[in-house]
Ligand binder design. Structure first.
Ligand SMILES: [Zn+2]
Length: 121
């Protein structure tokens, strides 16, 4: 149960990381956007992501999602999937009964982070 930093209300529906309740979010107060952008950036950092989607004017446009990222030449938009994470996901899939699973794009595996549930900073 988190307390809203705007109105002070406590609610199990308020995310502790955001610390802003839904009614206060709906007000659309401009100063909340700065707080939300900062929290959003903090949640991306453990995964090696930039705090905001890249907007390099000379970058390549990616239109796979609504962010419309412009990725600077020579940079990746996300860290490589760790080999350990991929192997754990494969083992979990097989343990769950899936039979037609494999690790694809092995050339994209790396050691950028240890494990998704325990991101390193
Ligand atoms: Zn509130």
């Amino acid at each position: 149960m988190a307390r809203c930093r705007v109105c002070g209300a406590r609610s199990p529906l308020t995310a502790s990381r955001l610390a802003v309740c839904a009614p206060c979010l709906r007000t659309g107060q401009p100063d909340l956007w700065l707080h939300l952008a900062r929290v959003h950036g903090q949640t991306r950092r453990p995964f090696g992501l930039p705090s905001a989607p890249p907007r390099d004017p000379g970058g390549l446009l990616c239109d796979l999602c609504a962010n419309q990222c412009r990725i600077p030449p020579g940079e990746h938009d996300r860290p490589m999937t760790s080999r350990e994470h991929a192997e754990e996901a494969l083992a979990a899939a097989k343990a769950a009964g899936l039979t037609r699973v494999r690790i694809g794009n092995v050339h994209l595996l790396g050691e950028a982070y240890g494990h998704a549930s325990q991101p390193t900073v």
